[in-house]
Write a protein that binds this ligand. Sequence first.
Ligand SMILES: Nc1nc2c(c(=O)[nH]1)N[C@H]1C(S)=C(S)[C@@H](COP(=O)(O)O)O[C@H]1N2
Ligand SMILES: [Mo]
Length: 394
Amino acid sequence: MAGSAAALAGMGLGAARDAVAQAAPPAAPAAARPLPAYVAWKDPAALIQHSGTTIETRRSAFGTSPITPVDRLYIRNNLPAPDASIVADRDAWTVAIEGVKSPRSFSLAELKGLGVETVAMVLQCSGNGRGYFPSKPSGTPWTVGAAGCVLWSGVPLRSVAAALGGVAEGMRFVTGTGGEKLPEGVDPKSVIVERSVPLSVMGDALLAWEMNGAPIPLAHGGPLRLVVPGYTGVNSVKYIKRLAFTAQESDARIMSHGYRISPPGGKGDPSQPSVQEMAVKSWINSPSGEGAALKAGPVQITGVAFGGVHAVFAVEVSVDGGSSWLPARFVGPDLGRYAWRNFAVEARLAPGTHKLVSRATDSTGQVQPKDRQENAGGYNNNSWADHALTVVVA
Ligand SMILES: Nc1nc2c(c(=O)[nH]1)N[C@H]1C(S)=C(S)[C@@H](COP(=O)(O)O)O[C@H]1N2
Ligand SMILES: [Mo]
């Protein structure tokens, strides 16, 4: 596992892993498939298009400032995005609020009067890093780019609940329902995007209408999106049409059987843990290992690190596959516990092959693990070894 040239040349596990780490195709925008119409405004050179509904950011496209530009941010849709007509008159969008003392619907215009807050938050698909599972779980083989750090503005859930007399007795979950038109001829529960998270998210969750300073694009859930800081992306329901405080978790398939941590070879069921809180994670973005070999000399090794529900506290970098570690420094502003931080280490890399890895620690002392936790769906991969980058210095 030491990132030596010999290990790379061999056919062992380390070599296989490196092959996966290099799986992102080199930038070739001219040859890239055109983006689908609903995301045609995105930057194709910054993206890897797995399908029309699964598009990830290239490792080399993250930059060194914390906020991910919307035209580079990943896309994940379980159902086709709704028609653009839903953002023609944003303020007219309505959301039903249930499970409060006085249930009612609010228009977006009315919600804007109830409160406003802004949070910087890592939005990361539960399956980010699935591409590094040797078991090749079904689902998109995301590498690092099903994630971004985004600023959201909207009304806190607690303000919405307070405006309606508070959460009703006995409610334990926040259940959000997406506003997609469902395909006909199938059981709605088998396809609807409806997720439940514990009531404890009330402190920081928002009903958001703004993203990085502009109205949320349709593709990212406009006109109105539930955002749950610290939780994986699936819990932040786009084009939300119903927000319910509920006694039970939703029985929609995406909640009951989807996004569960199942043993390898197993199937999801409601007894297993749901994919919810994110854990401490980091990866290196530059040098990216894509494109031409590096020249020997000083290099700034940069990447991103986040703690999930806790703030990230420290990052270390290794240029020898994890045998020895150097402390990284944080670069740029701290946007709060749910955001990621950019980090940098200056290193001199001699000619040859180097295996670069990073390892983050959160504010509670949790250290990013070396190994992934095997599971059937390929969820929650925060292994530092899996996210290694192999670079060649001329
Ligand atoms: N209504 C709705 N919300 C949704 C989804 C969806 O398909 N429909 N996909 C979820 C998943 S799995 C992820 S990872 C994120 C992706 O958000 P993005 O497309 O804005 O990057 O949205 C989540 N919220
Ligand atoms: Mo996701």
